[in-house]
Write a new protein. Structure first.
Length: 282
């Protein structure tokens, strides 16, 4: 396929572009930042892309439309990756408008396969003043309690995808709810109580770059129709403490739907396995 990737110069974008080309696809790499080379915060991620990055502004619809024209599929990763560092209205406007533009451009151009980077925070979590989980492990049926601009933008992007496939039933869209993407597995070093409590907000999760990039490519070919959201998270935690103890310490009143053994993760990715054929390596 000829795949357009927005946010190609980001951490996940570099992994997706590299994996797509290795799999034999042609890639149109798009990003606001087009300069090649490593960035200090990206140690362990691909430093050089095998294709040049073309400039795109996702909030400029005509610009984005022109850049993805002629592609067979679209992987939309361009967005602010959290609520910090920018004003709330900037994060919200950029992410919500950009995701809608990506979906609309795909629909207008007949690009029927779209993968969009969502987040575990689409249901709320670590950026919330009041973290709430109704049950553990969480799955895609869990309601959203998003509070901040970033988390809200990811939830809205998923609602936009629902709306777009209702209008264009020929489209198939995967919203992938990634956790903190890392090129290497966690070391599971001992944490202070303060750090453990902070990480409880996002349930001590993680996902590898390789597995995340693979999920993006599977989302473009999986045999299902319409729009679906998927948790894309490793099956283990980042903590050295057994998951059952973590649950008892930090979420003692939250119902547990299946036993937590060892370092079992708090996210249920069975849907990604069933519909995408995606599994994490450990």
């Amino acid at each position: 396929m000829r795949i357009a990737v927005t946010g190609a110069n980001g951490r996940l974008g570099r992994g997706v572009v590299t994996a797509a080309i290795a799999a034999g696809h042609e890639v149109v790499a798009l990003d606001r930042a087009t300069e090649p080379g490593p960035r200090p915060h990206q140690a362990g991620f691909p430093e050089e892309l095998p294709v040049p990055v073309q400039p795109v502004e996702i909030t400029d619809y005509d610009n984005l439309l022109g850049q993805v024209r002629g592609c067979d599929a679209l992987v939309h990763l361009a967005a602010f990756a959290g609520p910090r560092g920018n004003s709330a209205h900037v994060v919200h406007a950029n992410n919500v408008l950009g995701s809608y533009h990506a979906l609309l451009a795909a629909a207008e151009l007949g690009i029927n396969r779209v993968v969009s980077a969502s987040s575990i925070n689409a249901i709320g979590g670590i950026y919330s003043q009041h973290v709430r989980y109704d049950y553990l492990p969480v799955d895609e049926d869990h309601p959203t309690y998003a509070e901040d601009a970033y988390s809200l933008s990811k939830w809205i992007a998923e609602q936009q995808a629902d709306a777009m496939v209702r209008l264009h039933p020929e489209m198939t869209v995967a919203s992938l709810r990634f956790h903190g993407i890392t090129p290497h597995p966690p070391t599971r070093e001992a944490r202070t109580d303060e750090r453990l409590a902070f990480e409880a907000g996002h349930l001590w999760g993680w996902v590898s770059l390789e597995a995340s990039a693979r999920a993006c490519l599977l989302g473009l070919t999986a045999d299902y129709a319409g729009h679906e959201a998927f948790f894309v998270v490793a099956p283990t935690t980042t903590s050295a403490i057994d998951s059952a103890e973590l649950q008892e310490r930090f979420y003692p009143d939250v119902p547990v739907r299946r036993p937590l053994e060892g370092n079992d993760g708090f996210y249920d990715c069975a849907k990604a396995k069933k519909l995408l054929g995606w599994v994490h390596d450990a």
